[in-house]
Write a new protein. Structure first.
Length: 638
């Protein structure tokens, strides 16, 4: 089965990634089921909050709390949030909706994307007639628009939505209040006050609308999308100014729109290592916020997750989920009410970092274990051992390479049984001994011919053949606020964010050898995931273990309670009971094979389990239940 996976990974790279979702046509869209409207408009309680999404429009700011509550504050002239007594402070925040994941705000249109994938419109007539009601605020009640939505973009009195099947739909085209399908095979959309942009699976950038609301306006708007550029992964625009990002996280700015040639000119590299940007703000991989208003980027603030600019200043969401306001011409940000903290936000390497995940035993073709004094050993079948490295916290044995992480977070690597290369400075080399590679690493996961790494700042990176040859020289950035990297999900993988949501990522190789990463959330409340046969074991926050043939919210079968950890072929309970997972057709049967086990790993080359007991004794456990003492003095995970 392991041999087939390598070929399956290569085959999957030839397939175009298609998001799962409902099928749509150009005819009038009829939602499969319209959910009940989320609750709205009650005063927000004054308490400490954490947030996950922010947006701004005109004189209004919006934020989504970690519990999914959408709040808004400011002086919104449309009547949504009219509280002139408190002005722009969070003290005047009003709760607008529940169960929201992301908020998108434009000049006239506000869109709320809920956790179940439904999209709701707030305060605009572009979605049809306003609901009847005597109370003026009823006109601005959230209205269900569409399901299976991945992201949305408001533009002037129009709006677009990207659905899970890769189709883009638009509202506000004349009197056509029903959405119209615009594009297919799209992975990203964006908008300005007068134009829309979309990036397809091949990295091509399209635009439509009135692209330049300036003195050099086009005589006629682009009613249909036209291709502008290729090799793009993200975009932001304002008027005739355009910023695009490439797969290596470099940020490029384009010249002004030329009416005669209908093309952007003067492509110029502006910044590198950018993980988030708007037309006038950027955040680099060190989580520093930069202003892009001038010709030279200016650093503003550290420890930043996202930011938006509004009339009263820049609203900043830091990496701890707190809200800050940076007023114009001010050097010091102000912490908004409900986000109590004593210190000012600053980024210091190691501060608030994820700890190095302890992995005391790992094996594939060879057995590696960490002794009580934190010396890394290679253990032979007869129990003899060889010391390899000191002060080690975790070890990851793979077929192509072996890695270890020391207590300070330095990643070490050496070649595996199938000679392969290491990333970074050792690109193309397979050293026979451990060599230092990277610093600030928290954990690692092997994905067949690729590896994924969580750094101590919570960022996720990966390298390997599925991500393109360049990834071996420079690992590819995948995500932020990540807790752990997990198992393979062909041709990409899985990871868990710090809010315990489970996400899937998949690489799409471009013609120039670069790679576009597509990601989507699949489950909530997850502690760990492991691949089993063609399905997945999932360990949830309540300690229950589930089997999922497909990673869908309602697709799991409950297997066992009070589970401590899961592996490719086993479940380990809190009381130390070890269960082997056996396949009977599509069903999973559990067989008790051990007790008093504190840690376990599968040893494929020896066709045994490696079991560590509470006394630090390492055993081999055969399929027939027979045990053999291998060595002792091995460190148990805390």
């Amino acid at each position: 089965m392991k041999g087939n996976r390598r070929y399956l990974s290569l085959i999957c790279l030839l397939l175009l990634f298609v998001f799962s979702g409902c099928t749509s046509t150009d005819e009038e869209l009829v939602p499969s089921a319209q959910p009940a409207s989320p609750s709205a408009s009650t005063p927000a309680p004054q308490q400490e909050n954490t947030f996950v999404s922010i947006a701004s429009s005109y004189m209004t700011y919006y934020a989504v709390r970690e519990d999914g509550t959408l709040v808004g504050w400011g002086d919104n002239y449309r009547g949504l949030i009219n509280n002139p007594e408190v002005g722009m402070t969070y003290d005047g925040a009003v709760e607008m909706m529940k169960n929201v994941s992301t908020i998108y705000a434009g000049e006239w249109v506000t869109l709320a994307l809920c956790r179940d994938g439904t999209l709701w419109g707030i305060g605009s007539t572009i979605f049809g007639l306003l609901p009847e009601g005597d109370v003026e605020s009823d006109q601005y009640a959230p209205r269900f628009l569409m399901d299976n939505v991945l992201m949305a973009a408001p533009s002037g009195e129009s709006a677009c939505a990207l659905r899970a099947d890769g189709t883009v739909w638009q509202w506000g085209d004349g009197e056509a209040f029903q959405p119209k399908q615009i594009l297919t095979d799209i992975v990203k959309i964006a908008a300005t006050s007068s134009a829309f942009y979309a990036i397809d699976t091949e990295g091509a950038l399209y635009a439509w609308g009135t692209l330049l609301p300036m003195e050099t306006d086009l005589e006629e708007p682009w009613l249909e999308p036209r291709k502008l550029l290729e090799g793009v992964t993200d975009v932001a625009a304002s008027g005739g100014r355009l910023l695009v990002q490439k797969a290596d996280n470099s940020l490029w700015r384009m010249g002004w729109w030329q009416k005669e040639s209908y093309a952007y000119t003067d492509l110029e590299l502006w910044m590198e290592d950018v993980i988030f940007f708007t037309i006038d703000l950027a955040i680099t991989k060190e989580h520093t916020l930069w202003s892009l208003e001038d010709d030279t980027p200016v650093p503003l603030m550290d420890n930043v997750a996202s930011a938006v600019r509004g009339e009263q200043g820049i609203l900043v969401l830091d990496r701890q989920g707190r809200l800050w306001m940076l007023p114009p011409d001010a050097d010091v940000p102000t912490l908004l009410a409900g986000c109590s903290v004593e210190e000012t936000p600053t980024h210091t390497v190691g501060a608030g970092a994820l700890p190095v995940a302890e992995v005391p035993v790992s094996a594939l073709a060879a057995c590696y274990a960490i002794r009580e004094d934190r010396t890394l050993l290679r253990v032979e079948r007869d129990g003899s051992d060889t010391a390899l490295l000191e002060n080690v916290a975790a070890v990851y044995a793979g077929q192509w390479a072996n890695y270890a992480i020391d207590r300070s977070g330095t990643l070490w690597g050496m070649g595996g049984d199938t000679v392969s290369r290491l990333p970074g400075a050792y690109y193309g080399e397979a050293p026979a001994e451990f060599v230092p590679i990277l610093e600030g690493v928290a954990s690692l996961a092997q994905y067949s011919e690729a590896w994924a790494m969580v750094k101590q700042d919570g960022t996720l990176w990966a390298w390997g053949d599925p991500l393109g040859a360049a990834s071996w020289k420079e690992p590819v950035y995948l995500a932020d606020q990540v807790l752990s990297a997990l198992c393979e999900a062909y041709p990409g993988g899985l990871y868990i964010k710090q809010d315990h949501t489970l996400w899937r990522w998949e690489p799409v190789l471009q013609g120039d050898g670069s790679c576009v990463i597509q990601q989507r959330q699949v489950l909530e409340g997850v502690l760990d995931v492991c691949r089993w046969e063609d399905a997945f074991f999932v360990l949830k926050e309540d300690g229950t273990a589930w089997l999922y043939e497909e990673l869908e919210p309602d697709g799991g079968v409950r297997l066992l309670d009070e589970v401590r950890s899961i592996g490719r072929d086993f479940l380990l309970q809190e009381d130390g009971t070890l269960w082997e997972a056996l396949a009977e057709g599509k069903d999973c049967t559990l067989r008790k094979i051990g007790e008093q086990v504190s840690y376990a790993a599968q040893m494929y080359a020896w066709d045994t389990f490696l079991c560590l007991d509470q006394d630090g004794v390492l055993w081999t456990l055969a399929a027939d239940g027979s045990r053999e003492r291998l060595t002792e003095g091995i460190r148990s995970p805390s």
